[in-house]
Design a protein around this ligand. Structure first.
Ligand code: G6P
Length: 442
């Protein structure tokens, strides 16, 4: 009988947690979770108790012997953990509203994980994740750190570069959503479709698509070139690709690529929402309020379908599939963020990449893709440079590095505007940027 596991979820008060609980309940036979320990901070205490109480109702209804613990004591929560999942939003949704609205005020893309807003999500988050990685090293050094916290690519890059904890995997729900959507568009079950994914988090390309093991890439590209047949996510405006562009490129694009290859159109769309006070973050804040009202209902003992309205839907399948495959040494293929180790030839050996991996008890092993097509290599290099400079800014509190990162980001249209948006965002988020506070008049 395999040893049961303890899973500690930091940011346990998240509205997404019921999906994670459902995922562990569904897989209890192959992944016996004896304890799920949900951790949050003082400010998140009320949400933590609401989510924890719902989780206990879900576990009771399912009849699985999973103990749900809720605590504000992170170090205690880490004791004996086999897996630690992290899913936090430093500054909560009010901080995300600033990340999206302030760049738009300067006429540039304002988005949760991209551009100036995405960088500030990283600046707030990376020091916290590095502290958690340090505690894991001290308290449960054999545990896997499975990070969901956005910007997952930049955060994984920072953890790989600046933390001593090596058992780190960054995860995202985009690959599973893309695979499900494209399989549906092609009229096949998801299981029959494999996609050779490679790139960075939220900048992921499908280099080849196989159905029943046969290369169907050109057929899939034909379908995806049709403005009526697009891969969309709930949180991204579904502006269709120019058919000639998608056909000429010949690889599958992800929804986030719209911010880079359709910047002007996406910015015009965002500015309309900005004028209406309806940026994605403002819409999500309303959704989140409705979700927690639902979660309080003592009659609710399942994950509510309303959670599917969030862009992060199906992230639990990613987390639970990954944890179960490591625990069971399954050897299946999943798309996660790991150290490159030469899998993408043009990127640094030690950098974080999002790529197909074979999942074993030793963790994900990236599947080499060799040389990237010349058409997509440039943007990946530029964003990786940005991620590395932004991560350095996050760990040093250096104003110059933060300014430099913005100036080299393709979604920031001028160095003059980079400085204006940097100063504005530093001031807006100063309570969550202790390293910058020490060095910069904010
Ligand atoms: C997508 C991304 C996630 C992101 C989410 C935002 O699913 O993969 O990384 O956090 O959308 O969704 P939201 O509903 O918060 O806008």
């Amino acid at each position: 009988m395999k040893k049961s596991v303890k899973i500690t979820t930091i940011g346990g008060g998240s509205s997404y947690t019921p999906e994670l609980v459902e995922g562990f309940i569904k897989r209890y036979d192959e992944l016996p979770v004896r304890e799920l320990c949900l951790v949050d901070i003082e400010d998140g205490k009320e949400k933590l108790e609401i989510v924890g109480t719902l989780a206990r109702r879900m576990v009771k209804k399912a009849g699985v012997p999973m103990k749900i613990v809720t605590t504000l004591n992170r170090k205690e929560a880490l004791r004996d953990a086999d897996f630690v999942t992290t899913q936090m939003r430093v500054g909560l949704l009010d901080a995300r509203i600033k990340d999206e609205r302030i760049p738009l005020k300067y006429g540039m893309i304002g988005q949760e994980t991209n551009g100036a807003g995405g960088m500030f999500k990283g600046l707030r988050t990376i020091p916290v994740l590095l502290e958690i990685a340090k505690e894991i090293q001290e308290i449960c050094p054999d545990a896997w750190l499975i990070n969901f916290t956005n910007p997952a690519g930049m955060v994984t890059e920072a953890l790989l570069r600046y933390s001593n904890h090596k058992k780190v995997v960054g995860v995202c729900n985009l690959p599973i959503n893309m695979r499900m959507t494209i399989a549906k568009l092609m009229g096949v079950e998801t299981e029959r479709m494999q996609i050779d994914f490679a790139g960075l988090n939220h900048l992921l390309y499908g280099l080849k698509v196989y159905i029943d093991g046969e290369d169907k890439t050109s057929e899939v590209i034909e379908v995806l070139a049709d403005p009526e047949e697009q891969v969309n996510m709930k949180n991204i405006a579904p502006l269709p690709w120019l058919p000639e562009f998608q056909k000429a490129l010949g690889v599958v694009l992800c929804p986030y690529h719209r911010y880079y290859y359709k910047t002007k159109d996406m910015l015009d769309d965002e500015l309309k929402s900005f004028q209406l006070g309806q940026t994605r973050a403002e819409v999500v804040k309303q959704l989140e309020g409705d979700l927690f009202e639902l979660y309080k209902n003592p009659q609710l003992d399942i994950k509510p379908p309303q959670l599917e309205k969030r862009g992060g839907a199906y992230y639990s399948d990613v987390a639970c599939n990954l944890i179960s495959s490591i625990y069971n040494d399954k050897g299946d293929i999943q798309t996660v963020n790991v150290r490159n180790e030469g899998a993408i030839r043009e990127l640094p050996y030690e950098s974080a990449v999002e790529i197909n991996c074979v999942i074993t008890k030793e963790g994900p092993k990236p599947i080499p893709v060799g040389e990237l097509p010349v058409e997509i290599n440039g943007l990946i290099q530029q964003i990786k440079s940005f991620e590395r400079v932004a991560a350095e800014a996050a760990v040093t509190g250096s104003y110059e590095k933060a300014l430099l990162a913005l100036c080299i980001n393709p979604l920031v249209p001028s160095d003059r505007l980079a400085k204006q948006v940097l100063d504005d965002l530093l001031h807006a988020h100063k309570e969550y940027l202790p390293l910058f506070n020490q060095k910069v008049k904010m």
